[in-house]
Design a protein around this ligand. Structure first.
Ligand SMILES: [Zn+2]
Length: 135
């Protein structure tokens, strides 16, 4: 097998770096973290308008970084590959932040002011709590 040239390798290596080259994209990836998040959760987490977030979500999906899943009236976004969080953490430490600072914000948080199903767990219907007699 022919050894790949450095310019060829570099072109490939630059793809994921270029995909997360804006503070907005990084913020969204941190807010989603290892879990999944809907647009309304990101609105609460980042304090940005929905249209603005949707625009960046679309770009991240197009770059094959995010995948989405519909459940009822909510669309949840998650990272296709958690290695992007490692990439962001590495960049954070290069800019003088500690890895702990980043891991503290990566973890999916629950916001009291957010009304998404992740932050407000669904009310369990009383009927489902009825103990069924064991036979
Ligand atoms: Zn939420």
């Amino acid at each position: 097998m022919k050894k790949p040239s450095i310019p060829n390798l570099s072109e490939k290596i630059a793809i994921p770096l270029a995909a997360v080259n804006s503070p907005q994209r990084i913020a969204i990836l941190l807010a989603i973290g290892k879990g999944e998040a809907c647009v309304c959760h990101l609105e609460t987490a980042l304090g940005w308008r929905q249209a603005y977030i949707s625009q960046h979500l679309m770009a991240l999906r197009k770059a094959d970084i995010l995948q989405d899943r519909r459940e009822g009236r909510y669309v949840y976004y998650r990272l296709k590959n958690a290695s992007y969080l490692d990439l962001i953490t590495a960049s954070a430490t290069l800019s003088g932040l500690s890895a702990e600072t980043i891991s503290a914000v990566i973890n999916t948080q629950v916001y009291p002011s957010c009304e998404c199903p992740h932050c407000v767990p669904a009310v369990i219907p009383v009927s489902s709590l009825t103990v069924k007699p064991s036979s």
